[in-house]
Design a binder for this molecule. Structure first.
Ligand SMILES: Cc1cc2nc3c(=O)[nH]c(=O)nc-3n(C[C@H](O)[C@H](O)[C@H](O)COP(=O)(O)O)c2cc1C
Length: 223
């Protein structure tokens, strides 16, 4: 079965090939993202003025360029010579993984390869929690800390660093959304069932989720 594109309005985007009606993660292919556009956007002060939480989404999929830009803005590599990222991390541990829950399944953002690596063919957006309205969003980012990567930190400090580092990524996403006129809300979730569905190890900790999509109604303040 061929699953169409990630964009309901034409500009075709990413195409996933599934080989059966009950797909598993091994039947989803790794997706090469288009290169992120690293220029443009609104000026910083205007973006900060427009940064806000929005809780109602159109179900329209994000165009491939927007999805690629979003993930790069979140925690992409902005200095290829050192592999450092768009958000800071304690001791450059880069311990937070960004997962993208899409209608087609769950993918891990591989920043180095700038690809989406398949994790599960299940649509995990409903399990990523939040209000009913958030489930309309075409993308839910899930921030997961791989705590052993914080090996240089004292064990008791690791959860604080991980939460802080994920918060920096979250703000990158807020700013990208403000710049592009997208809606976003960071929200809490039921970690246990989602961790099981994501097949996480016990030392991987879900921090928060963040839904992203087109706003249901245009924000008058964004002009
Ligand atoms: C750690 C954290 C958790 C949040 N959890 C939720 C949530 O579960 N549901 C929700 O609707 N908003 C949630 N929010 C969004 C806040 O409610 C929102 O940021 C706050 O009302 C201020 O609005 P603003 O972002 O537009 O400035 C959360 C924000 C943060 C930083």
């Amino acid at each position: 079965m061929r699953l169409g594109a990630l964009n309901s309005v034409g500009a075709t985007v990413l195409v996933f090939w599934l080989t059966s009606a009950a797909p598993g993660a091994d039947e989803l292919k790794s997706v090469r993202l288009v290169p992120a556009q690293m220029e443009g956007g609104k000026p910083l002060m205007e973006t900060l003025r427009q940064r806000r939480t929005a809780r109602e989404f159109k179900p329209d999929h994000l165009p491939s360029q927007v999805l690629a830009n979003l993930l790069w803005a979140a925690f992409g590599i902005n200095r290829p010579q050192t592999g450092q990222r768009t958000a800071p991390s304690a001791m450059n541990s880069q311990e937070v993984d960004v997962y993208a829950a899409l209608p087609e399944g769950l993918f891990l953002y591989d920043a180095k390869a700038h690809r989406l690596q398949p994790v599960s063919a299940e649509d995990l957006r409903p399990k990523a929690g939040g209000q009913e309205a958030f489930r309309e969003a075409p993308v839910t980012l899930i921030y997961v800390a791989d705590l052993p990567r914080l090996e240089k930190a004292k064990p008791e400090s690791r959860p604080f660093y991980a939460g802080f580092d994920a918060g920096c990524i979250c703000q990158n996403v807020y700013l990208y959304c403000a710049s592009e006129g997208l809606a976003t809300v960071v929200h809490d979730l039921d970690r246990g069932p989602l961790a099981t569905a994501m097949k996480l190890r016990s030392d991987q900790q879900i921090i928060m989720a963040q839904a992203v999509g087109f706003p249901k109604t245009p924000d008058p303040a964004s002009h």
